[in-house]
Structure formats: structure tokens, C-alpha cells
Design a protein around this ligand. Structure first.
Ligand code: PMP
Length: 296
């Protein structure tokens, strides 16, 4: 599904066959989840394949490494160039790109001396599908920011996400919604949350969530469209009383939320602010020019 006999991946400056690449079984990343990664999308545009916000993603990768003391030995530019070359070598245009910084063999709990970086890519449809989501509030909360570096995209943090998604799916829902450890609205297992009330968008403030690059893009699009956005700490009740809501993330893109614990949002998705943002987002990533200053 992710690779075949011909697939190449980037490993420490070289392009190597995916099916011949290995990881040392004594890596700290494998045992302790101590590694960092990114999720990036490339899109076909009229001017060829474009990696959306490539620089921002590799800068976040670098920052994630710095935050958790993992050495980062590459330059952002080198990795952006390597990504384009990787896509070209694998004949990929619309693709998902996954860089991973992983540690050398080391069974201690001390920071590593040496790491490797790999980048792989594959064709991947919208991660959460294209139908509106039925969410359930998770029994798991997002990790406390004093327990981990919540703004870093660290491999081990995703056990929390896997537990939450698995619980939600086992209960018959599409995806989970996680609160923070104080009970405020936080985010999805792999996406940020926005909701609409009386013509204004609301989104949880930074601090207890991953600062999503798509979230930042949605803030930019809302500004362009003249939509007011309020960032803050919100009780779950504010979502129960919202008109509409959506998740956003690189893999999920912008996706409407139909209901939370079977309570449906009253506004038709097609009439919602989320739908307008979704359309703008898909045009932006594909570099389709829109009329300037279209206000809603
Ligand atoms: N929150 C979490 C927990 C995530 O894993 C992701 C996906 N990286 C997001 C939010 C959205 O981030 P981005 O828009 O940068 O993909």
C-alpha cells in the first residue's frame, strides 16, 4: 500500500530502495517513541507539483527536534529540495510526504548522539474521507503540556491519538474529539478544531494543542474572507451550542463535522463558514487563483 519494489525513499542524503531499507532494532525511537516526524502534502498544480507549505513543515520538524533534544543535522532547504526530488523519482504528484527523524541504537534514556532522517511519500486520499464526521468526546485527554512538549510532533505522543481514534471507532464513530487536561476543547487525534457561532469562528488557543499548519492557513483564509476568528479556552458546552464545526489538518484537509456524540449541528454544511474555508483551502493548495477580496 505504501511502497512497491521500485519505490525510493530519502535516507540521510541518499535515495535508497524502500524495500531494502532497515531500522536498527535497538533504536530509541522504536523502544520509547523518541523521534519526530512531519506530515506534508504535495498537490498537482498548473505549474507542476507543489509541496504545500514545505518550508513551514520542515521548520516545525527542526523545532520539534530542538524542543526534545534530538539533533537536527540537515538544513530546511536541503530537505525541501530532497522532497521535490523524491516525488519526481517516484512519479508522484498528489502525494502525502512523511519525514521522520529517528535515533541510533541506544537503550538509555539520555539524548542521542546520532540520528537519521528519512523521507517517504505515497498517494493518500483525504485521511478522514470526504463525508462529514460523526465525533465522540474521548475518554482520553490530550497530554498535559508539562508532561511533554505538546507543540512538538513527537512519535510517542501519537499513542494518545491512536488510543482515542481506536476508542471512537470501536464505539461506532468516525473520529474522536479530545479535551485538554482541564476539560477545555482541545483537538482531534490528528487535526485541529474550529466551530462557528453566529457568523464568528472559534478555535482552541495554542498551549494545549499541536500548532497546526493547516490551522494557521485557516486563520489566514478567514482573514482574507473577512471572517472573524476568536482563539481561546472554550468549554465543551460552547461546541454543543455551535452552528457548525470542522476539523483541519494536512492529511484531513478541511472536513465538516456532522455531530458530536450524536448531537447534530443545526447549520447545513453547505451554508457554513467551514464550507467556504474548505473551498478556499482546496483552491489555495492547488494554486487556483480566486478573485481578490471576496468577502462573506
Ligand atoms: N493536531 C494533531 C494532534 C495532529 O497530529 C495534526 C496533524 N499534524 C494536527 C493537529 C494538524 O496539523 P497540521 O495542520 O500541521 O497537519
Amino acid at each position: 500500500m505504501y511502497y512497491n519494489n521500485n519505490t525510493l525513499l530519502y535516507l540521510d542524503g541518499k535515495f535508497v530502495k524502500a524495500n531494502e531499507s532497515k531500522i536498527d532494532l535497538y533504536s530509541q525511537t522504536l523502544h520509547y517513541g523518541y523521534g519526530v516526524f512531519e506530515g506534508i502534502r504535495a498537490y498537482a498544480t498548473d505549474e507542476g507539483t507543489k509541496v504545500f507549505k514545505a518550508k513551514e513543515h520542515y521548520e516545525r520538524l527542526k523545532k520539534s527536534c530542538e524542543l526534545v533534544n534530538i539533533p537536527f543535522n540537515s538544513s530546511v532547504k536541503e530537505l525541501v529540495d530532497a522532497t521535490y526530488e523524491l516525488l519526481q523519482k517516484n512519479n508522484l504528484t498528489d502525494a502525502y510526504v512523511r519525514p521522520l527523524v529517528f535515533c541510533d541504537p541506544n537503550m538509555s534514556l539520555h539524548r542521542p548522539n546520532n540520528v537519521s532522517i528519512m523521507i517517504c511519500a505515497w498517494e493518500w486520499g483525504a485521511y478522514l474521507g470526504d463525508k462529514q464526521l460523526r465525533l465522540t468526546v474521548s475518554s482520553y485527554c490530550r497530554p498535559h503540556p508539562r508532561s511533554i512538549k505538546i507543540e512538538a510532533k513527537v512519535c510517542g505522543h501519537y499513542v494518545n491519538s491512536i488510543l482515542a481514534t481506536t476508542e471512537a471507532k470501536d464505539k461506532g464513530f468516525d473520529e474522536a474529539l479530545l479535551l485538554d487536561s482541564d476539560g477545555f476543547l482541545a483537538e482531534g487525534p490528528g487535526a485541529n478544531l474550529f466551530f462557528e457561532k453566529e457568523g464568528v469562528l472559534y478555535t482552541p488557543q495554542l498551549g494545549n494543542i499541536l500548532p497546526g499548519i493547516t490551522r494557521a492557513t485557516v486563520l489566514e483564509l478567514a482573514e482574507k474572507l473577512g471572517i472573524k476568528v476568536v482563539e481561546g479556552l472554550f468549554q465543551p458546552e460552547s461546541l454543543w451550542n455551535a452552528d457548525s464545526a470542522f476539523y483541519c489538518g494536512t492529511a484531513a484537509e478541511v472536513i465538516g463535522i456532522e455531530s458530536v456524540d450524536d448531537k447534530k449541528f443545526p447549520k447545513d454544511w453547505n451554508d457554513s463558514l467551514g464550507k467556504k474555508i474548505q473551498e478556499e483551502y482546496l483552491q489555495l493548495v492547488r494554486e487556483i487563483k480566486t478573485a481578490p477580496n471576496t468577502k462573506y
